[in-house]
Write a protein that binds this ligand. Structure first.
Ligand SMILES: [Zn+2]
Ligand SMILES: [Zn+2]
Length: 202
């Protein structure tokens, strides 16, 4: 689970996630204005610090292929799995379909796991005990997670306010943002979005 935010232990500067959830678009047609919920595939993420954007972000958590094969095998045997999808509360056919889709995606995936803020590879995991991430401007500050219990449960994103969920192609290239849920959740409206152009090094 992602913390709510990160805070510097010395100067108390706060670092928020710009977004926390993401999906791959697996549809055959180009993603344009509206896409079907059935063409979305859950992106597994972990909290990271992007050294290029200097921000807290989510980065793709892509296990080796054998983990996906193992999960698919477990689902076929009727056992629940937690990765690449949490299936404890799914009906057996739904779990099998989800894990089959994840396995198909993993077999096709070529690009290394990216930081989803900019698509870059220069990031550091934030959910490991060591090393602590030092706040660059602070002598004694470390960037630490904060978790607030009891943030509200509503009708889910995209119903009464636009969702803040990013959409990627299967290689982790940013293509859009999910905004509004329509037709009982079967359709998502999307806005096109691209990664920021890379910053020159000099
Ligand atoms: Zn600080
Ligand atoms: Zn970045």
């Amino acid at each position: 689970m992602l913390p709510d935010c990160y805070v510097c232990s010395s100067c108390h500067e706060r670092f928020d996630f710009k977004f926390r959830e993401a999906y791959y678009y697996t549809g055959a047609a180009p993603a344009d204005k509206q896409i079907a919920d059935a063409d979305l595939l859950w992106v597994n993420v972990r909290p990271a610090w992007c050294m290029d954007c200097e921000c807290v972000c989510v980065a793709e958590d892509i296990a080796p292929l054998r983990a996906f094969e193992g999960a698919y095998g477990a689902a076929r045997a009727g056992q629940p799995v937690e990765y690449p999808a949490y299936t404890a509360y799914m009906k057996a056919p739904d779990a099998l379909r989800e894990l089959g889709d994840q396995l198909r995606w993993r077999m096709g995936r070529r690009h290394a796991a990216r930081a989803l803020c900019c698509g870059g590879l220069r990031y550091q995991w934030m959910d490991v005990a060591q090393p602590l991430l030092k706040h660059a401007e602070c002598d004694f500050g470390f960037i630490e997670p904060r978790i607030h219990i009891g943030s509200g449960c509503g009708r889910g994103p995209g119903v009464s306010s636009p969702a803040n969920i990013r959409l990627y192609d299967p290689e982790g290239e940013l293509i859009g943002q999910l905004t509004w849920r329509k037709e009982d959740g079967r359709i998502w409206e999307i806005e096109p979005m691209r990664y920021p152009p890379p910053v020159a090094d000099d």
